[in-house]
Design a protein around this ligand. Structure first.
Ligand code: PMP
Ligand code: GLU
Length: 397
């Protein structure tokens, strides 16, 4: 007799980014020269002084369980970061350290969502949001945004959803955004905050790409736009992207103590705590000056400029200039409408198999006429990959 799997796991989709990453790695292990624009992680090494703090923690035998919600020194560093970068005030009881920002979002959703509770997710969205909502029995309400509005949800659209759906429990906002690189302005956020406040909608504000922002754009936290919204907002952040620390698995959340306490209750029954070594290393990361990571940001910007220009030079492709994160999200409708591919899943598989270039299908992000390129890759690979990608597309027409 087969094992009965829960409805929960059967409702879930595997992470498309992680799946593609595994597929590309497997092909590489077979000796195939893959250019990987798939998974979004910095290709830089973790800065030396962060690594040294991790090594020191091991030498100091800081290798036991820690308090579930994070060691006090790290919480202090997080509180200072919020004050310094965002002019926000938090107390230690309003902070939790989690095994990655991904876990912070999952825990936050588990705390606010009951069966059928509605969570608004603007599309295109980061692949994990809808599945994470389903994982806790909630209902994702996908809000299709407009390309002309740089794929951002407007107050008008949110109000329309609230009017149509009745009770809405939460919304997940991501700025700078994955996969679009879009950055919300203060006015746009203020409008959304106003509607959330009026309707008691909890905001999960994913700010993981805060420091990867270009062209003089400014990252604004939604909490800064309305003096009443802090009590309704869970800010998510982490060290994966800005400090090239994806494998250290460290994220954090800040929000009302009632929510944070319950996230800690969940974490105490699942992960127990984040690895102490990573917590010590994260203190060093958060205490670094922005100037120390500026080199990395400047390099991303150069790659972005090259990639977006190269994409726009390909017949039929349109790519908006992303203002943050490290993704380009070109519209490739032309190659769907004029070929036999049934959507971007098939197109991206064709590109992987034939051009040996890994790009994620737009479908995974809720917009099936785009592809996502991560430009967290060397200039040499960008040049090679874009040439192969272009040749592969042009052969289709
Ligand atoms: N949010 C977004 C938008 C992301 O792209 C990622 C990337 N993994 C995460 C959250 C999670 O980051 P991590 O778990 O590595 O901290
Ligand atoms: N956030 C990255 C991405 O979107 C890493 C992979 C993941 O965690 O899904 O590719």
């Amino acid at each position: 007799m087969g094992i009965k799997l829960s409805n929960r796991v059967q409702r879930m989709e595997p992470s498309a980014t992680i799946k593609l990453f595994s597929e590309a790695k497997k092909m590489m292990a077979e000796g195939i020269d893959i250019v990987n624009f798939g998974v979004g992680e910095p290709d830089f090494d973790t800065p030396e002084k962060i690594k040294n703090s991790g090594k020191q923690a091991i030498d100091d035998n800081f290798t036991k369980y820690t308090v579930t919600s994070g060691i006090p020194e790290l919480k202090e560093a997080i509180i200072k970061k919020f004050k310094h970068d965002n002019n926000l005030d938090y107390k230690p009881g309003e902070i939790i350290v989690t095994p990655g920002a991904k876990a912070a979002i999952a825990e936050a959703l588990a705390v606010i969502c009951d069966l059928g509770d509605k969570i608004v997710i603007p599309a295109p969205y980061w692949v994990s949001y809808p599945t994470q909502v389903k994982m806790v029995d909630g209902e994702p309400i996908i809000a299709k945004t407009e390309e002309q509005n740089s794929y951002k949800i407007t107050g008008e659209l949110l109000q329309e959803i609230v009017d149509n759906e009745g009770q809405v429990t939460g919304i997940i906002l991501n700025s700078p955004g994955n996969p679009t690189g879009s950055v919300y302005t203060k006015d746009e956020l203020a409008e959304i905050a106003e509607i959330c406040y009026a309707n008691g909608i909890v905001i999960i504000a994913d700010e993981i790409y805060e420091k990867l922002i270009y062209d003089g754009e400014e990252h604004i936290s939604i909490v800064n736009t309305n003096d009443k919204i802090q009590d309704l907002t869970i800010v998510i952040n982490g060290v994966s992207k800005a400090y090239a620390m994806t494998g250290w698995r460290l994220g954090y959340a800040a929000g009302p103590s009632e929510i944070i306490d319950n996230m800690a209750k969940l974490q105490g029954q699942t992960a127990s705590c984040v690895i102490g070594i990573s917590q010590k290393a994260a203190i060093t990361a958060l205490e670094m000056e922005d100037s120390e990571i500026q080199n990395m940001v400047d390099t991303f910007k150069k790659r972005r400029d090259f990639l977006v220009q190269s994409l726009n030079e390909i017949e039929g492709i349109e790519c908006k200039m992303p203002l943050g994160a490290f993704y380009a999200f070109p519209n490739v409708s032309y190659y769907i409408d004029n070929t036999d591919f049934n959507g971007t899943d098939e197109l991206s598989q064709h590109i992987l198999k034939n051009a040996h270039v890994a790009v994620v299908s737009g479908k995974a992000f809720g917009m099936d006429n785009h592809l996502r390129f991560s430009y967290a890759n060397s200039m040499e690979n960008l040049e090679k990959g874009i040439q192969r990608f272009k040749n592969c597309l042009l052969e289709l027409i």
